[in-house]
Design a protein around this ligand. Structure first.
Ligand code: ADP
Length: 595
């Protein structure tokens, strides 16, 4: 993840960060709005319960009065006999004052008011006919009437509660109490609450907002309008719609409404006994403000976090680039040092090469000098002998001793043959001898070599033991060359055993399927460790000048590798040295075919 963040461009990071931050802020806003709305609904429901209770209380406080008056003897007498109502007027006035309601009055069977608590006032109900009022119709039908309306006479709104007066199944009239609900509305207004009460038609008749009073929540049907008009419920003015736009519904009795630029949460509760509905409106402004505040704080925090994150990233990047720059500087310094060291090494190598070349030159010259000394020594004696034989041959010829002269010249021929054999050895280095493919038996070669060195071996009293396989071992190649190698090795062994007492030479030939191994193991002086690696180099010799040319082993090495084999030297644990020659053999069947 960290590596991914490092790779992504800062702009992308910023965009992703902004998207995430907006998502978080949006979600936090939504959550705050939901929580605040829930709390507002809870408070609103509590208020609705409270106001429903107070409304019921305000009404039920006077509900008993019509009932009691309907049984009053004087009231009955008034309605039956049509006697003067003065006494009843006084009684009603007194009772009304005591009870604290707006008015108390008695209507006869036609709906005309016979007595009223406000009989003294100019706008007295006495003599007025209210037979059109629904509460009178209800009483006429032997029911209690419950009706809110604006007073026809006084123009004062109030809640009318009626009770029928009957005497032996005969309808005599009705007793009505009018309750003033203005104090209740004043209480609501003072509490800063928006409380509305609508009747069965949806007309608001109680409201803490005066401008919404006697307006309907929904458009009224013609039938409803006619009913209101005949009952003269809300005066003569036409009933307009409340300026409330209905918004989202949150539940059966919960919805968002809008008036002007303000949104409200509107909760409602019906009062079934009265067919009324109580509404509580709570402004959504605090909810929106809180949501706004949370969103603002969230945005600020997110931007701060984002800025911090970007700053931290920038810092880290700078640290990294500083670190990289330091590393690059360190690498540059190391490179420069390495370059210096390489140059130094080159100079040293150059110097070494020069020294080596000089050494090679010196060793070549030394080898050449050694070889020259050897050749001079080897050839000097025969040349001196030739000179002597030639001089004595000339003298013998002068003396006519031809036989003796012939002997001298024969010696010259023999000596020149010997010299030719020396130069022939040197020729091996000059060019490659042609390879003979003629098959040869290793044992035959070994016998020939032993024959050639027999005189030397017996002179030195050396015991030679051979161990051979019963059948012939055939190799491909010139027999004389293998003989030359074996003679060389036998001579070297003889030379090595000159200064030792026990002189023994063991020659073993072993064969596996593909190779033959010839081992010459002597009891001589052995080879010094430091010389083992140099034995096969031309002109390497430990023998005195004139005794060895240092060519025997290097010639042998050339011959054996020419035949496709190997030659190596080692010291024996019991003393002396061993030379091991390995050569490829020709299988018996092939040999038969070739022969
Ligand atoms: P040369 O015999 O003329 O010295 P070679 O090439 O035949 O030349 O031998 C090189 C050297 O190897 C010898 O001088 C001798 O020191 C060492 N060497 C060869 N064969 C033997 C051996 N059998 N034991 C000990 N040293 C040997």
């Amino acid at each position: 993840m960290a590596r991914f963040i490092k790779r992504v461009s800062p702009w992308w990071l910023l965009i992703v960060g902004l998207c995430v931050a907006s998502g978080v802020v949006w979600q936090a806003g939504r959550w705050t709005y939901a929580v605040e709305l829930e709390s507002l609904i809870k408070t609103g429901e509590e208020r609705l319960t409270l106001y429903t209770g107070t409304l019921r209380g305000a009404l039920s406080r006077y509900a008993y009065l019509p009932y009691v008056l309907a049984r009053n003897g004087e009231v009955l007498a008034l309605l039956e006999s049509g006697r003067a109502a003065d006494q009843v007027n006084l009684y009603l006035e007194d009772l009304n004052q005591e009870a604290g309601c707006q008015a108390l009055y008695i209507m006869d069977a036609t709906g005309t008011t016979r007595a009223s608590s406000n009989w003294r006032e100019p706008l007295s109900y006495v003599g007025k006919n209210y037979g059109f009022r629904p509460y009178f119709t209800a009483a006429k039908n032997n029911r209690q009437g419950r009706f809110f309306a604006i007073g026809v006479t006084t123009n004062q709104p109030g809640f009318f509660m009626s009770h029928p007066v009957y005497r032996e199944e005969r309808f005599l009239g009705a007793v009505v109490v009018k309750v003033d609900l203005d104090p209740l509305q004043a209480d609501w207004r003072e509490g800063g609450e928006t409380i509305l009460v609508s009747d069965a038609n949806g007309v608001l008749f109680l409201s803490s907002r005066d401008d919404w009073k006697y307006r309907s929540l929904l458009p009224l049907t013609a039938e409803q309008q006619e009913l209101i008009r005949t009952g003269r419920q809300y005066g003569s003015e036409p009933i307009e719609l409340v300026p409330l736009q209905t918004g989202k519904s949150l539940g059966p009795d919960q919805r968002i409404v809008r008036t002007g630029k303000l949104n409200y949460l509107m909760l409602s509760r019906t009062i079934p006994s009265l067919d009324w509905t109580l509404y509580h409106l709570a402004s959504l402004e605090p909810v929106q403000e809180r949501t706004q505040a949370v969103a603002t704080i969230g945005t600020i925090l997110s931007l701060l976090l984002l800025a911090l994150g970007m700053y931290a990233r920038e810092r880290r990047q700078k640290q990294l680039s500083r670190h990289k720059a330091r590393e690059a500087e360190a690498i540059k310094t190391i490179n420069l040092r390495l370059q210096d060291e390489i140059e130094e090494h080159c100079r040293t190598e150059h110097a070494l090469r020069n020294t080596q070349a000089e050494l090679v030159q010196h060793s070549k010259l030394a080898a050449l000098g050694q070889m020259a000394a050897g050749i001079v020594h080897e050839l000097n004696q025969p040349i001196a002998a030739i000179r002597t034989h030639a001089a004595s041959g000339r003298l013998l010829l002068d003396r006519r001793e031809e036989e003796k002269a012939r002997e001298s010249f024969t010696s010259v021929t023999r000596i020149t043959d010997h010299m030719a054999s020396i130069t022939a050895q040197l020729k091996t280095f000059a060019y490659k001898t042609p390879r003979s493919s003629e098959p040869v038996d290793v044992q035959t070669c070994l016998l020939a070599a032993l024959e050639m060195t027999e005189a030397l071996l017996s002179e030195m009293v050396i015991v030679v033991k051979t161990q051979q396989p019963p059948e012939p071992v055939i190799i491909k190649g010139g027999g004389s060359r293998l003989e030359q190698v074996l003679v060389n090795l036998i001579r070297n062994s003889v030379d090595a055993m000159r200064d030792v007492e026990r002189r023994a030479l063991k020659i073993t030939t072993t064969q596996n399927d593909e190779m033959v191994e010839i081992t010459l193991c002597d009891s001589g002086s052995g080879i010094e460790e430091q010389n083992l690696a140099e034995l096969f180099n031309p002109f390497f010799t430990t023998k005195e000048v004139g005794k060895g040319l240092g060519l025997g082993l290097s010639i042998s090495y050339r011959i054996i590798t020419d035949l496709g084999g190997t030659i190596r030297a080692l010291n024996n644990p019991e003393g002396g040295a061993s030379f091991v020659v390995r050569l490829p053999v020709i299988p018996a069947t092939t040999t038969g075919e070739e022969q």
